[in-house]
Every structure is written in structure tokens, then in C-alpha cells.
Design a protein around this ligand. Structure first.
Ligand code: PMP
Length: 420
């Protein structure tokens, strides 16, 4: 009996002291020759980022809130360095950067922080918010909760490319509209919203503008001096930083944006976001931001070329394939592809060696159809046969050739369903 238990532990890759056995963990992690094209879901941590983080798990373990000794001061100065690095990436001032646990939290906070601030000042003031039906679920669900609590929210329909029209937003403005919240780069199809024009509209009408910039920051130039958004959310793990760290940028002048705290406690992050700071994570986010600032332009150009290569090869190998999204207003790394002859239920396991996403990775685990493609007016059959390919710094032409060969097999294989 004891032997059997020990044996099953070994099979699970768990050493007797409870730690996973390294070899097996790596085998489970990924197969040889597998191609990862799901960089919008997450990116690997850059090795320079990892090296920068490492000391802060061990020797430099201090709490930045410990103001009375060197352990605390060291941690505090590492956080300040990271704040400067992140600020530089988006043209902000360091004191406008607030660290969070990710973009989900930053989105929740931006929206509820503003709503509760307005309500605290004037409990009877009506609040109207405009957003779109193609937002990330961390915006959609937060706004649905706000609606349930009495906030008026209108979700502007996007067009067939996933983009909102400024004229549609304008038509829906009300005297008590307080906030516009629109995603900058759509995570599922890569379409860019006209954020610059939306900022102008918001300014003309003295409304705040929040944007979910998770797929924009570090990928396309984002400069809050140039495109004057009021609130901007983003995340470290989309830019080769660690998971579990993000940022909410809050404009401090022209205008000074004031929102309420949403996590109360010890008063970290200038009293607005309490909780002991995740120092290694924040250091990693800083380093990731520094690297992104350096290579953004060249990497963007490289990925533009790769995308053209992908599209040309796709056209010649799978002529019936179509691209979902905007033909020109789009991020370089994202391609959402409709493969008419690809039916996931008939190709179970077919994507095993190809790390792409059907719909949004954040929504996977549930089998719901992509709400973004639905918002773009696509049919159920079209959505089921669509996949998202998102490239990254490690993507090569050879990988693209192999990926297209796999997609070709998938879209031509008329396998019988395993349920037959
Ligand atoms: N917004 C967008 C556009 C995203 O792509 C994601 C990640 N899928 C998020 C928000 C959530 O980010 P995080 O994982 O940092 O909470």
C-alpha cells in the first residue's frame, strides 16, 4: 500500500519532500518542436528580467514600507527605479504610476474608483458611462456590476472589424456622461480603436477617458503626453515581465484625476492601493518596461514583416482562409484567422503542437463563443472556426511556415468526430 502511494507520487512527478521533479515538470510544460503563437495570452519572462528579479526573492527581501532600516530602504529604492522605468515607457511622471496585481485589477479599480469618488462627493448625481461590446471581460463584467448598482452604462456596438466609430460614441453622449472606457488594442483580433480621437471627444465634453492598454503598451508607441488619456491599465506578463503585476496610470495634471482607493489597508501606493508591494514582480515589470522602450520600434517593424509573410503564405496555402479584424488599423503581432474547413470538434488534439488560441485565453476553460467576434457580427459557425495567432519576440519565419502547415492539415482533414 505504502509502495503504491509512493509510486503514484513519483508518477505525478512529486518528490517525496513534496516538490515537483524537475525533469517531469519540464516534460509536462511543453513538447519538443511545439510552436507557441499565443503571446497575447502571456509571454515568457525575459532572461534579463528574471535576473533582475532574483535577488529580491532572497537577499534583498525587505518590505519597502519598512522605513526604519536598510532592508526596507533597498526595497523602496528598487520600487522607485521600477516606477521610473515604467513611467518612461509611457511618457508619464513616476508618481502617476500605481502598481497593481495586473490589468484586471487596474481595470476594476479605474472604473469603480471613479464611480465611488463621484458618488462619495454627490450621492444623488446620475452617472453615465460609455464603453463598447468588444472590451476585455475585466471591463465588461465590472461595468455590468456597476449597472446592477444603478450606474447607467451604454455599450457602443463595434463595426465588423471590431472598431468603435467616434460618431457613434458622440451620438450616445448624455449631459451626465462622466467616463468613456475603450480598449486600445483588442486582445482577440488586434484591431486598434481611435483612442486619439476619443481623447479629443472626451476633452471637448469634460469627460474622463480610461483605456485598457494591456495589448498596446510595449507593443505600439504609447505616450500619455501625446495621447492624453486620463486612466490607463496594463500588465507586466504581456511584455515579457512576470505574471501578477500590473499598473494603473492616473493622470496628475491637466486635469488632475482623482479616484477612490479600492483596496484599503496600510496605505501603500500613496494611500490608493494598499497591500505590501510585490517587490520582485515590480522590479521585473520595471526591467521589462526598460527593454520594451529600447526595442519597441525595431521589434514592431520586425513583426509587421512577419505578419505580411504570414498573410502571404496563408493566402497561397489556404486561399479560403480569411482574416478577422481591421485591414490596416491593427497591432503587428495579432492575426485572427477564419478557417472555413476547420471544425474544432472534428480535430480534437489537432492543435496540440501549436499554441494558438480559440477566442480569448482569459475566457478559455469555459467554452463560450468569443464575445468579440460576436460583437463584430460573425456567425456561430464562423466563430467556431476562427483561431487567434499572436506572435512575439521569439517568433521566426520557420515557425510561421510550420504553423501554416499544421493549419493546412487541420483545415483539410475531414476526420470523423470521436463522438461518432
Ligand atoms: N485586458 C486585456 C486586453 C487583456 O488582454 C488581458 C489579459 N488577457 C487583461 C486585460 C487582463 O490582464 P491580467 O492578466 O494582467 O489581469
Amino acid at each position: 500500500m505504502v509502495f503504491r502511494i509512493l509510486h503514484s507520487f513519483r508518477l505525478l512527478g512529486i518528490a517525496l519532500d513534496g516538490t515537483p521533479r524537475r525533469g517531469l515538470a519540464l516534460n509536462l510544460a511543453m513538447k519538443k518542436n511545439a510552436i507557441y503563437l499565443d503571446y497575447n495570452a502571456t509571454t515568457p519572462v525575459d532572461s534579463q528580467v528574471f535576473a533582475a528579479m532574483e535577488p529580491y526573492f532572497k537577499d534583498l527581501f525587505g518590505n519597502p514600507s519598512s522605513a526604519s532600516h536598510q532592508w526596507g530602504w533597498t526595497a523602496e529604492s528598487a520600487v522607485q527605479k521600477a516606477r521610473n522605468q515604467v513611467a518612461r515607457l509611457i511618457g508619464a511622471a513616476p508618481q502617476e504610476i500605481y502598481f497593481t496585481s495586473g490589468a484586471t485589477e487596474a481595470n476594476n479599480w479605474a472604473l469603480f474608483g471613479l464611480i465611488t469618488k463621484i458618488k462619495a462627493e454627490n450621492p444623488n448625481a446620475p452617472i453615465h458611462i460609455l464603453s463598447s461590446n468588444a472590451e476585455h471581460s475585466s471591463v465588461l463584467q465590472t461595468l455590468k456590476m456597476a449597472q446592477a448598482l444603478g450606474v447607467e452604462v451604454d455599450f457602443v456596438p463595434v463595426d465588423s472589424t471590431g472598431r468603435v466609430a467616434v460618431s457613434d460614441v458622440k451620438k450616445l453622449l448624455k449631459p451626465h456622461t462622466k467616463l468613456l472606457s475603450f480598449i486600445w488594442v483588442n486582445n482577440e483580433v488586434g484591431t486598434l480603436n481611435p483612442i486619439s480621437e476619443l481623447v479629443e471627444l472626451a476633452k471637448e465634453n469634460k469627460i474622463y477617458l480610461h483605456t485598457d492598454g494591456t495589448q498596446a503598451v510595449g507593443k505600439i508607441p504609447v505616450d500619455v503626453q501625446n495621447i492624453e488619456v486620463d486612466l490607463l491599465s496594463f500588465s507586466a506578463h504581456k511584455i515579457y515581465g512576470p505574471k501578477g503585476v500590473g499598473v494603473l496610470y492616473i493622470r496628475s495634471k491637466n486635469p488632475k484625476v482623482q479616484i477612490n482607493a479600492h483596496i484599503m489597508g496600510g496605505g501603500q501606493e500613496r494611500g490608493l492601493r494598499s497591500g505590501t508591494l510585490n517587490v520582485p514582480g515590480i522590479v521585473g515589470m520595471g526591467k521589462a518596461a526598460e527593454i520594451a522602450s529600447e526595442i519597441l520600434v525595431s521589434e514592431n517593424e520586425r513583426q509587421e514583416k512577419l505578419r505580411s509573410y504570414f498573410c502571404d503564405l496563408l493566402k497561397s496555402e489556404i486561399p479560403e482562409a480569411q482574416i478577422n479584424g481591421h485591414p490596416t488599423e491593427r497591432a503587428a503581432n495579432t492575426l485572427n484567422i477564419y478557417l472555413p474547413d476547420y471544425h474544432p470538434s472534428q480535430s480534437l488534439g489537432g492543435l496540440q503542437n501549436l499554441g494558438v488560441s480559440a477566442g480569448s485565453a482569459c475566457a478559455s476553460g469555459s467554452v463560450s463563443l468569443s464575445h468579440v467576434l460576436k460583437a463584430m457580427g460573425k456567425s456561430e459557425a464562423h466563430i467556431e472556426s476562427s483561431i487567434r495567432v499572436s506572435m512575439g519576440r521569439e517568433t521566426t519565419q520557420e515557425e510561421i511556415q510550420e504553423a501554416i502547415a499544421i493549419l493546412k492539415k487541420l483545415s483539410t482533414a475531414k476526420e470523423t468526430s470521436v463522438f461518432n
